[in-house]
Write a new protein. Structure first.
Ligand code: DGL
Length: 266
């Protein structure tokens, strides 16, 4: 049972930032990743459609005999955590709760910002979770949809990205937040520019990193840790292999990807 893989899914390639965090923290855990590259992006889609896709993505991971599911996608975690939990009779970790808890432990002035896709921000998932944990916290949020294609395009330290970051983030700067949740798989790729624009006094929370800490805790709590000390086996599945897939994927993963298999999910 414990050598079974952890299943991770995302709307596309962005969830590889979460796989990267998991591989660093839990190098002996086998992983199966599914990226729904044929239907990405989920960020501008309605909750109803995202919930349908999330159910199908979950079924694919369950067919791979995984021991736990990690929802790397903030958009899915925001609007479809219950769908995944209901379908899977195994532990499920989304990114909203761990990201919210990290932000709460980090803020000193009780003013937290959240950036994410349109659907994530409109769902108020981060705001509600944070305020349930501590109702004295003020939360300010802003959708930043253009960060997704900029990160995929490799515009990492690019003046165009800085200009757009300034445009998106100036409202949050005026709110005097001291903590900003990067509530989207792609945003950690742009953290240097986001940090430059927000200024040194604002601490950035990578919700994927927070989720990987939560996965570690849950593996221990459920007695599911892989006792093997062998190098882990990481398998990648996608619903389409678009141009530049490997180049972008390796940038997000921070290392070579190995074999990527295309599967049909519906
Ligand atoms: N993975 C998505 C998220 O974290 C971003 C990309 C998309 O819009 O599908 O919200």
């Amino acid at each position: 049972m414990n050598s079974k893989p952890i299943g991770v899914f995302d709307s596309g390639i962005g969830g590889l930032t979460v796989v990267r965090a998991l591989m660093q923290r839990l190098p002996h855990e086998n992983i199966v990743y599914f990226g729904d590259t044929a239907r990405v992006p989920y960020g501008p889609k309605s909750s109803q459609v995202v919930r349908e896709y999330a159910a199908q993505d979950t079924d694919f991971l369950l067919s791979q005999n995984v021991k736990m599911i990690v929802i790397a996608c903030n958009t899915v975690s925001s609007v479809a955590l219950d769908v995944v939990q209901k379908r899977a009779n195994i532990p499920v970790v989304g990114v909203i709760q761990p990201g919210s808890e990290s932000a709460l432990h980090t803020t000193k002035n009780k003013r937290i910002g959240v950036v994410g896709t349109l659907t994530t921000i409109l769902s108020n998932a981060y705001t509600n979770t944070i305020r349930q944990l501590d109702s004295s916290i003020e939360v300010f949020s802003k959708p930043c949809p253009l960060f997704v294609p900029l990160a995929e395009e490799g515009f990492i330290e690019h003046p165009a990205t800085e200009l757009i970051a300034k445009e998106y983030l100036f409202e949050l700067k005026l709110k005097k937040i001291d903590t900003l949740i990067l509530g989207c798989t792609h945003y950690p790729i742009l953290k240097n520019i986001i940090s430059k624009v927000m200024g040194e006094s604002v601490r950035l929370i990578d919700s994927g990193e927070s989720a990987s800490a939560q996965v570690e805790k849950m593996l221990d709590a459920e007695g599911l840790r892989n006792p093997s000390k062998l190098k882990a086996n990481v398998k990648f599945f996608v619903s389409d292999i678009p141009h530049k897939f490997t180049e972008v994927g390796e940038r997000f993963l921070g290392q070579k990807m190995g074999v990527v298999k295309k599967v049909h999910v519906e």
